[in-house]
Design a protein around this ligand. Sequence first.
Ligand code: SAM
Length: 224
Amino acid sequence: MNLIQKIHGNDEHTHDGQPHTHRAPFWVRYYDTIVGVATFGRARKMHESTLQLAQLQSGESILDIGCGTGKLIFAAEKVVGLGGTAVGLDVEPGMIAQAKANAARTHSHATFGVASIIEIPYPDNSFDVVTSSLVYHHLNQAEKVAGLQEVMRVLKPNGRFLIVDLNPTRRGLAVRLPGHNQLAQEDYVSREVVEQLAAAGFASITAGAHPFNQLSYALGVKDA
Ligand SMILES: C[S@@+](CC[C@H](N)C(=O)[O-])C[C@H]1O[C@@H](n2cnc3c(N)ncnc32)[C@H](O)[C@@H]1O
C-alpha cells in the first residue's frame, strides 16, 4: 500500500453503499504536512477561497463537517471574529485529537468534536454556514441523504451549505487516488451533488469550479 492509499484508506470508499470502517491511523499526525505538499504550499489560500465561496461574514456561526485537522475552521475563525462561532466536527477521533492539538498550539477559540454528518449534535437553526470539504465522496448514499437532512436541520433560515470536492475532469491528483475510478468519469459535484441538494430542499443552488485547481463546489441555501 502506497502513501496515498494510506492517506485515503482504500476500505473507506463506499461508492457502492457499503458501510464505512473508521480507524485512527498513524498518519493523522502527518496529514497537514501531506496536504501542504499536495497543494504545493497553497492550503491556506485554498481554505480562504472556500470561505469566500461560502460568503462567510464577520459575526457569523460556521460548522465545518468532516473538518479533519481543523485548518478550514482556523481560517474561518479569522473571518467570523470573536463575535462569531467556529465549530469543527469529524467522525474520526484521531482527526479531532489532531485538530484540538492544532487549536491549542495556535490559541484558537474554535470548538471541535467527534460526530458524523448523519447525527450533528447541535439544535435546529444553529449555524449561518455549514461547509464540507473533500468529505462528500467518502459518504455512501444513505449517509448523503441523512447528512443533507441533518445539515438542513442545523442551518438557520437563509443559512448556506457549501460542499467542496474533487473535480477529476480537471485532472491531476483525483484520478490517481485508489478507489476513485467512478469519480474520474465526470464532475460529479455539478451533477450528483446539485441534484441531491435540490432533493433535500435546498434553494438558490449554484455550482462551479473552485478557484483551487481540481476542485468543484456546490452551494445551497435553506429557505427562510
Ligand atoms: C479527505 S479528509 C478532508 C478533511 C478536511 N475537510 C480537509 O479539507 O482537509 C475527509 C474527512 O472526512 C471525514 N469523514 C468521513 N466520513 C464522515 C462522516 N460521515 N461524518 C463526518 N466526517 C466524516 C474523515 O474522517 C476525514 O477527516
